[in-house]
Design a protein around this ligand. Structure first.
Ligand code: SF4
Ligand code: SF4
Length: 358
C-alpha cells in the first residue's frame, strides 16, 4: 500500500480539485486549494514552520469529499488533510478553537455551546418511547439541540408504523469533529466507550437522523477499531422501507420543492428523492453541482466569514419562496443562519413526511 506521501506526490497538477472545492471558489485564492493542502504533508511531517496562509489552508476544509470524487489519480485528499491535522495536533500546532471543541466533546459531550443536561428537552408527551427495546433512536447533537422537530417527527413516524424505540439515556456526540480534525486516538476511545454502552443496552438497531452520525457510527467506528455489533440505520432508509411496506402512507400533495443532498450521503441520492415523490411533490434540482454548506470540520468556528460565503454560494440558485428540503440537521442549522437573500425556507424530509402522513 502506498504511503500518504507517495499518494500526495502522485498529483498530476490537473487542477480538477480546484474547480469543485467550495473554499477555493469563495476565496478565489490560489493558496487555498486542495492541491496546495496535500503538498504541505512533507513539511508538516518534518515539523517545519508553515506560513499563516498554509496553516489556515489545512483547516480551511469541510472534508466534504468533492475533491476526492474528481481526482483522476484517486488521491485520498480528505484522508491526507486528516493526517496533516493529526500531525499538527500532536505537535501542539492546531488552532486553539479546534482543540477546545475537541475537549468540549470529550468532557462535556457536546460540540458547541450546548448543555448536555438539556439533550432530551425535545421529548413531548405525545411520543411513545419504550424503556427498553431492540430499536433505539439517537437524535444526535444538532437534532437534539437545534432541530428538535426532526426528533419528534421521527418518533411520531415510527410510532405510526407501530415501532416504539428506546432512547439512549447516555447518548453521546458521535465524535465526527474529532475524526475530521485528526484526534483519532481520542475518537477511538470515545467510540469504544459509546459502542460498549449501546451494546450493553441490548440494542440491535440504532436509528439516526443525522448523516454525520450515520457515517461515523456506521462506518468510521470500525476503522477506529470498534465495529458495532448493532445495525446503524439512517432514518430516511427506514422511512423508505416503511412506505414501501405500506406501514407509512403519506397523503399525496402537489407542489415543488428543491432538494439539497448531504455530503456524507452524496453517493446515495435515490432514497430522499423516492420519499419526496411518495408525498407527491415534484423536485426541482437546483443544487446539482453545488457545494457543501460550508460549516463542517471546523470551518464554521475557525473561519465564520468564509463559511457564510460558502453557504450563500450554495443557495445562489434558490429563488424567493422556494422550499429547500434537507436531510442534514447541521446543514439546516448553518443555512438557516445565513444572512444572504433570499432567506431560505428549509424543511427536513422527516418533518415533511410527518406532516403528510400523521
Ligand atoms: S474536502 Fe471539500 S472543502 Fe476540503 S479540500 Fe476537498 S473540496 Fe475543498
Ligand atoms: S485533482 Fe488530484 S491530481 Fe488533480 S490537482 Fe487535484 S490532487 Fe492533483
Amino acid at each position: 500500500m502506498k504511503s500518504y506521501q507517495e499518494l500526495a506526490d502522485s498529483c498530476i497538477e490537473c487542477n480538477k480539485c480546484l474547480d469543485v472545492c467550495p473554499v477555493t471558489k469563495v476565496t478565489g485564492n490560489d493558496s487555498f486549494t486542495p492541491r496546495a493542502k496535500i503538498s504541505l504533508l512533507n513539511r508538516i511531517e518534518e515539523g517545519k514552520e508553515l506560513t499563516e496562509d498554509e496553516m489556515n489552508n489545512v483547516y480551511l476544509s469541510t472534508r466534504c469529499g468533492a475533491c476526492d470524487d474528481v481526482c483522476p489519480v484517486d488521491i485520498p485528499i480528505t484522508d491526507i488533510i486528516q493526517r496533516e491535522r493529526q500531525l499538527l495536533a500532536e505537535q501542539g500546532r492546531e488552532p486553539e478553537k479546534t482543540g477546545k471543541i475537541c475537549q468540549n466533546i470529550l468532557v462535556n459531550n457536546v460540540p458547541g455551546h450546548m448543555d448536555d443536561a438539556h439533550r432530551f428537552d425535545w421529548i413531548t408527551n405525545n411520543l411513545e418511547i419504550a424503556e427498553k427495546a431492540e430499536i433505539a433512536y439517537m437524535g444526535g447533537c444538532w437534532v437534539s439541540f437545534a432541530q428538535p422537530e426532526i426528533a419528534r417527527s421521527t418518533i411520531q413516524l415510527l410510532n405510526a408504523a407501530d415501532i416504539r424505540p428506546m432512547l439512549l439515556e447516555e447518548e453521546k456526540c458521535c465524535g465526527l469533529f474529532l475524526i475530521d480534525n485528526g484526534h483519532l486516538d481520542e475518537a477511538a476511545g470515545h467510540a469504544r466507550k459509546y459502542v460498549d454502552y449501546i451494546e450493553s443496552q441490548g440494542v440491535k438497531k440504532l436509528v439516526v437522523s443525522c448523516p454525520g452520525c450515520y457515517e461515523v457510527i456506521g462506518k468510521e467506528y470500525a476503522k477506529l477499531g470498534r465495529k458495532p455489533e448493532f445495525e446503524v440505520v439512517f432514518s430516511l432508509d427506514l422511512f423508505s422501507e416503511l412506505v414501501r411496506e405500506g406501514r407509512l402512507q403519506p397523503r399525496k400533495t402537489t407542489g415543488t420543492v428543491s432538494l439539497r443532498d448531504a455530503c456524507p450521503m452524496r453517493k446515495e441520492k435515490n432514497v430522499p428523492r423516492q420519499l419526496i415523490s411518495s408525498m407527491g411533490y415534484s423536485i426541482e434540482e437546483l443544487f446539482e453541482g453545488t457545494v457543501c454548506c460550508g460549516a463542517p470540520a471546523g470551518v464554521k468556528p475557525n473561519f465564520p466569514e468564509i463559511s457564510g460565503k460558502i453557504a450563500n454560494l450554495t443557495l445562489e440558485n434558490l429563488q424567493e419562496g422556494n422550499t429547500l428540503v434537507s436531510y442534514c440537521p447541521f446543514c439546516q442549522y448553518h443555512l438557516d443562519g445565513v444572512s444572504g437573500k433570499p432567506k431560505p425556507v428549509i424543511k427536513d424530509i422527516s418533518t415533511l413526511l410527518a406532516e403528510q402522513t400523521l
